[in-house]
Ligand binder design. Sequence first.
Ligand SMILES: [Zn+2]
Length: 433
Amino acid sequence: MLFTNIDVLQADGTLLPGRTVAVRDGRIVYIGKSVPTADWGEVVAGKDRLLMPGLYNVHTHAAMTILRGYGEGASGEDLPLDRWLRERIFPIEAKMTGDDVYWGTMLGIAEMLSTGTVSFSDMYFFSDRVAQAAFTSGIKANIGHSIRCTDDKKSLKELPSFFETKGLLEALRELRTDRVRVDVAPHSEYTTTPKLLAELAEFSAVYGTRVQTHLSETQKEQLACVGRHGKTPAAVMRDAGLFNRPVTAAHCVWVTESDQEILREHGVTVAHCPQSNLKLGSGIAPVENMRRMGIPVAVGTDSTASNNNLDLLEEIRTAALLARGIARDPCALPAADALYMATRAGALAQGREDCGDIREGYRADLLVLNERAPSMTPRHSLLTNLLFSASPDALEMTVVNGRVLYRGGEFPTLDIERIRYRVNRCVKALLAR
Ligand SMILES: [Zn+2]
């Protein structure tokens, strides 16, 4: 592909106006002012258009699109995280089938592609079906099979979820793809044991995987852990050796100063999920403090049952507004830093060193936005428009590894009508089960 005369926004907020960008074999091979003569395939006229890096959603449970609105719907009340999980989410999840997860994930992928996400980190079950959906659609994904067991007599090798993870790792190795990857995913401290966490750390080291987990999402979880172990969840995970692996920890709302020191020391990436934390009334993560300390922070939406959408631009908008309101400082979480969190920091959290920015040699994971869209006009500052005013309909195109996966409301790799139909059928059957 060749993009001509297009404004290029890099992950650190640098704007390069009117550039030519050439893509070959899924990578960006040229960024400059002249037009290299060659047969580039499709040529995209870039006048009044913005080319920016695709977004990385580093914490979600994509299949939960089929539970969007369910947690609060039928019960008629809004619940805190522990009751929301125990009374609403876990019981219905126990009735879900592989097909429910497949079609729910497909719907999630469609929503992500149409809002600019090129890669997601997922934690769920029937993870082979999550992988199948990611593989078919063309999106990138780091997939974790959620591992939960609080019986400390049980070892890892007695858990079906362990064999699901191992099976998926081996299956994807055979496919020789690095687009879809497998992470080891202990659900959280409160749904596992220190013994299990230690075994998972070892397993992750043997297979060279990354790790995803939930950490210190609510105050109740934090206090219960201290009651159980005499230390915080971050200290439990560190002592189990889990933080010796590359870890992405979702939420980190209630981490103490010394927990934050543990995260910094071990280079743990925080997946900041402000909208989910606000909706469930869990609190607000001390993101600015963590960033000041040098802790890597990326962004996640969490599931559509607690958000309730997968729009990552909206997520960084919320993150920036919260950071400024809390600090009573309009300079807190600047637009360029928010953009970096949703792009390059996310790619690094997934172990994708050559992704998340527009640079020669990097993977062509790109978004094209219409600078003439009402919400992007006028152009005093493209970056400010992007963070604080852009509506999703400004997005014209989502490209992953040089392949167009979304263009003007159409999904070249997905049958969106069939996905909608199958999701509605799954919901009906699930509620009747
Ligand atoms: Zn989550």
